[in-house]
Ligand binder design. Structure first.
Ligand code: ADP
Length: 265
């Protein structure tokens, strides 16, 4: 708390008394600390691939360029690291865009059409790992109050994670259905699971259970933070349930756009 005492004077300059102002600064401090941590994290995440790119370029310029086999190998790494930087910057921009939206209802996304696109996009990636992707999307789902892009991002991030964190030969279920006044999106996998103590933290920016593993899979550590922001800005909720070595389930509930809220066409 911050406490200030100020004298209160009457018009004839006589001291009337004192006023005490008590501010709760814990929230302000917490936000400040979060911001400092975020900037430190971003700098670190940007610096790592850049250092690697610089190192390989210098080695190439120092003579490795003469050897075509080594050159190709180094250039592949440089390309991967550059892609990583690009993903990171895209995710960061996306996150800041969502945050600056305020509480505006951002659109009315057709759930079924977006879900089918996501299925088509990720099925080959699952197939590459011999993972069976079970998809069950209810017919005639109502729209939800967010933009198509944001809905797609939520679905892609969750299903992509399920595939990423499930070993070869596993299973992923992706289902969407209407329950009362909410559209329920469920993504379940038979993957590595998340330790109980990490569950409250996985939606934080840059938090990963296993940094090396996430990095190897091309993760930025921002996927779930983006999901949570989008969902909560749209008046929805995201929950997670997980058991180490058995699998993980994410459930997103999104409120349905009511007919009466739709703009008159
Ligand atoms: P990343 O880019 O590292 O995947 P995310 O924000 O998408 O970042 O997820 C944060 C962390 O949560 C991941 O690094 C991983 O440790 C954990 N995680 C997310 N989804 C799953 C899942 N389906 N199974 C196991 N762990 C998961």
């Amino acid at each position: 708390y911050r406490v200030q005492v100020v004298p209160v004077w009457a018009e004839n300059r006589r001291l009337l008394g004192a006023a005490m102002v008590i501010d709760d600064v814990t929230e302000v401090r917490r936000l400040e600390q979060m911001r400092t941590e975020f900037v430190a994290n971003v700098s670190h995440e940007l610096r790592t691939p850049l250092t690697s790119i610089k190192g390989f370029v210098e080695t190439l310029l120092d003579g490795a360029l003469e050897n075509p086999v080594i050159s190709r190998r180094f250039l592949t790494i440089i390309d991967e690291e550059a892609q990583r930087l690009q993903r990171l910057i895209e995710d960061l921009l996306h996150l800041s865009r969502i945050e600056s939206y305020g509480d505006i209802v951002q659109g009315e996304a057709p759930v079924e059409a977006e879900a089918i696109q996501v299925k088509n996009l990720l099925e080959p990636i699952a197939a590459d790992k011999n993972i069976t992707l079970h998809v069950a999307i209810e017919k005639d789902l109502p729209s939800v109050p967010l933009s198509k892009d944001n809905l797609k991002q939520v679905l892609v991030n969750l299903v992509e994670n399920a595939i990423k964190y499930t070993p070869k030969g596993g299973q992923v279920w992706f289902s969407i259905r209407l329950v009362d006044v909410d559209v329920l999106i469920e993504v379940r996998d038979t993957g590595i699971g998340i330790p109980e103590e990490s569950l409250p933290r996985i939606f934080e920016r840059f938090y990963r259970v296993d940094k090396a593993r996430s990095r190897e899979m091309g993760g930025t550590g921002l996927g779930l933070a983006i999901v949570k922001h989008i969902v909560e800005k749209s008046g929805g909720q995201v929950r997670v349930n997980s058991k180490i070595g058995e699998g993980t389930t994410f459930v997103v509930s999104l409120p349905v756009v009511k007919e009466t809220e739709l703009p008159v066409k």
